[in-house]
Design a protein around this ligand. Structure first.
Ligand code: AR6
Length: 195
């Protein structure tokens, strides 16, 4: 009887411990993520992410803005990679940018969602975070990858961005502050709702 009573108390305690993190301890990672509206080329963070294409040799949109602001040395450094697959990421110096590094990642082109677009977009975020962490960066800013010329629906892209970064921070315990740098107010509102 004494043993039964002891076991009941242990089991009771285990249940209390199990329910504790969800109830009283919301994920620490959420506090390390924020959304702002602005121009990513102006941010003073360790690394900014570029929504590139697979050539890594520049283009329009945020890619064009980053190359213009960084100066011609950026494309020279990018040449050495001889391109990059969709969902992968490469790190360069930031040159004339306030950011120390640029992480270039080609996002997927949206084709209705049946061509692994979600997985590829999640890989962009994961691989960029991994590179930043390995480099010792303490802060990173993302644009809304794939939601411009590549037509990924902004609401679905924001979900992938927030979930992937949250999972990465929780799984790795990385000491990394993540900023989602939205160009439009509509995008900012999507992120604020999710965060
Ligand atoms: N700061 C922050 N976000 C920006 C900025 C900026 N300065 N400029 C644009 N955006 P896009 P994609 C936002 O088209 O869809 C390029 O030609 C923009 O409002 O730049 O991944 C590449 O070379 C949108 O929300 O990238 C590729 O060929 C987001 O950045 C192709 O476009 C992404 O839009 C990549 O297309």
């Amino acid at each position: 009887e004494e043993l039964d009573e002891f076991n009941r108390r242990i089991v009771g305690r285990i249940e209390v411990v199990r329910s504790f993190p969800e109830v009283a301890c919301p994920g620490k990672s959420v506090r390390r993520m924020k959304a702002i509206q602005g121009d990513i080329t102006r941010l003073q963070v360790d690394a900014i992410v570029n929504a590139a294409n697979t050539s890594l040799l520049g283009g329009g949109g945020v890619d064009g803005a980053i190359h213009r602001a960084a100066g011609p040395e950026l494309v020279e450094e990018c040449r050495k990679f001889r391109g990059c697959k969709t969902g992968e990421a490469r790190l360069t110096q930031g040159y004339r940018l306030p950011a120390r590094w640029v992480i270039h990642t080609p996002g997927p082109v949206w084709n209705g969602g049946g061509l692994h677009e979600r997985e590829k977009l999640a890989s962009c975020y994961r691989n960029s975070l991994r590179l930043a962490m390995d480099q010792g960066a303490g802060s990173i800013a993302f644009p809304c990858i794939s939601t411009g010329v590549y037509r990924y629906p902004p609401d679905l892209a924001a979900q992938v961005a927030v979930e992937t970064c949250r999972d990465f921070l929780e799984e790795t315990g990385a000491d990394l502050a993540v900023t989602f740098c939205c160009f439009s107010k509509a995008d900012l509102e999507l992120y604020q709702k999710l965060l």
